[in-house]
Design a protein around this ligand. Structure first.
Ligand code: DGY
Length: 319
């Protein structure tokens, strides 16, 4: 029997064309994000789903998918999916780790540098015509914070955290890391979370969003961060209390932040982080290079192709 597969967004990469030959393929062509209602309708008849991190697969949606046999998400993170609900029905879930590691680490480091050196603020200053002789170069003009010689605390020492540590070493930073498991990485001192927050001039978040890490950086923990520290988050918004972070940034307790991910995405216009000059903002683009997105798409399709052939997915979250 030919299986029906639904893909929730147009995809880059080459492998999607092979998928079309193996199944009855239906791709959402947009515009914009797939509405939850359309996803629900499509899923009532399909056997396979290739989704994005913007598609929320909760328990009730999964319960309504009578025919569903396999799911692949074009993302490394899978907090948008109730994995337990899939596992209970024996439905494998594929994801796309590995291929986005270096690209995401580059983005985290870009945000770190931009926040430390006030690049977004300076860009706005020049663009908006404020750079005039009465408001020009002076010894303290747009002074920022040194990265070289500073201490970076990495929360989560998986592949992306380790890639950030390699970049930090190149910038002459001392690297601390907090991870649930002992990792023994050269040049990285593993410490407890409290110690990391106390000692780090820069903190970069690289842990998955799970029930254990939700609100990990809450108001109490943010209050223990080193005065004048910079926070970078390219992992997931739900890990950091955005209100507490914006208050710490507004009061000057923290120097700046570089934020690519938000509790709610697209970010609502009234999110307090959007009003602060010392926050560099990005719309969840840490893995967004043409090559990496094509690799993620191909890997997501490979997971589906394996499932269609009755084989194990190359990257299965719940084998
Ligand atoms: C992922 O794949 O989970 C990332 O957040 C995409 O950038």
């Amino acid at each position: 029997m030919i299986k029906r597969v639904f893909v929730s967004h147009q995809m880059p990469g080459a492998r999607i064309h092979e998928l079309a030959e193996l199944c009855d393929l239906n791709v959402w062509m947009g515009p914009g994000l797939l509405p939850a209602e359309t996803l629900r309708e499509e899923l009532s008849t399909c056997h396979g789903l290739l989704c994005m991190l913007t598609d929320r697969l909760d328990k009730s949606l999964i319960a309504g998918m009578a025919k569903l046999e396999f799911v692949s998400s074009m993302s490394v993170g899978f907090d948008h999916i109730d994995v337990q609900a899939l596992s209970e029905r024996g439905i494998p879930l594929g994801n796309t780790p590995g291929v986005l590691v270096e690209t995401t680490a580059d983005a985290a480091f870009s945000l770190l540098l931009a926040a430390a050196r006030r690049i977004s603020e300076a860009d706005r200053f020049v663009r908006e015509g404020h750079w005039r002789s009465e408001n020009a170069w002076s010894p303290e003009f747009f002074t920022g914070k040194d990265v070289s010689g500073a201490t970076l605390g990495i929360i989560g020492l998986g592949a992306i955290g380790q890639a950030v540590a390699r970049r930090a070493a190149g910038f002459g930073m001392k690297v601390l890391a907090w991870s649930r498991r002992e990792k023994n990485i050269a040049g990285v001192e593993q410490v407890g979370l409290d110690e990391l927050l106390l000692r780090s001039d820069f903190v970069s978040v690289h842990t998955a969003l799970t029930e254990a890490t939700r609100n990990l950086l809450n108001a109490d923990r943010i209050a223990t961060m080193k005065p004048g520290a910079v926070l970078v988050n390219t992992a997931r918004g739900g890990i950091v209390d955005e209100l507490a972070l914006s208050e710490a940034l507004r009061s000057g307790a923290l120097y700046a932040a570089g934020i690519d991910v938000f509790e709610q995405e697209p970010v609502p216009a009234d999110n307090p982080l959007l009003t602060l000059p010392n926050v560099v903002l990005a719309p969840h683009i840490a893995s967004a290079t043409t090559l990496t997105r094509a690799r993620m798409a191909d890997l997501a399709v490979d997971n589906l192709i394996a499932a269609l052939k009755g084989e194990l997915m190359p990257n299965c979250v719940n084998p």
